[in-house]
Design a binder for this molecule. Structure first.
Ligand SMILES: [Zn+2]
Length: 213
């Protein structure tokens, strides 16, 4: 950490601005050396581990909304993290990372986060099952980019907006069955859309009037 901080300080002496560059020195998340790939630390103390993955998912939005600028709309910040286990059947969440691409949205500057590829947990080998990310507005469901097959790395993707409307994507990448999009309603998941195999590449949803799943 000391070494990393020195390197960052040296780089920043050439002219860094804003929090985004300094954020990579945080112990909660960072870029893998020499790459754009993000790692995140786990477990996140704000989220209670559970054998019920839905119990973990339900804690994510309130925890993320406490992070800086998480709900500031066009001036807001998206956060990305992972849900994982250490192979013991207990699910936990990593810290949320703001690291990502700087984008211009209208006249404002915001960042959309990169989905992390690795959890660093000192207790053992972390196996991610899902990624999660926030949008700093509401209503704001998953975008076609969020849903595209080429952007899926895990079995499940979780997304929520500032009203804590939670969506769950089961992408079934490379399978002939359609992808499934659910919304959290109380303690159940309601199927709201399917992504037909031919639509997976573009992430296009076919809306359904569905039952829980
Ligand atoms: Zn998104």
């Amino acid at each position: 950490m000391f070494f990393r901080a020195c390197v960052a300080a040296a780089l920043c002496s050439f002219g860094c601005s804003g929090v985004s560059e300094r954020a990579s020195d945080s112990e909660a998340y960072g870029f893998e050396p020499g790459s754009r790939t993000v790692w995140v630390r786990g477990p996140w103390a704000e989220v209670e581990p559970s054998r019920d993955v839905d119990a973990v998912i339900d804690q994510l939005c309130p925890a993320v909304l406490k992070l800086p600028r998480a709900r500031e709309r066009d001036y807001g910040q998206e956060y990305c993290g992972l849900i994982y286990s250490l192979g013991d059947g207990i699910y936990q969440a990593s810290e949320g990372s703001p690291l990502g691409e700087t984008q211009l949205v209208g006249a404002s500057r915001r960042k959309s986060c990169f989905s992390p590829r690795r959890v660093v947990d000192g207790r053992g080998r972390a196996v991610p099952i899902a990624d999660f990310h926030s949008h700093p507005w509401a209503p704001s469901p998953m975008s076609p980019k969020d849903l595209k097959a080429s952007n899926q790395r895990w079995l499940v993707r979780i997304q929520f907006d500032t009203s804590c409307r939670i969506q769950k994507l089961i992408p079934y990448v490379g399978e002939t069955r359609p992808g499934e999009v659910y919304e959290r309603e109380g303690h159940r998941w309601r199927l709201v859309g399917l992504i037909r195999p031919e639509d997976k590449e573009l992430g296009r949803i076919t809306t359904v009037d569905g039952e829980g799943g």
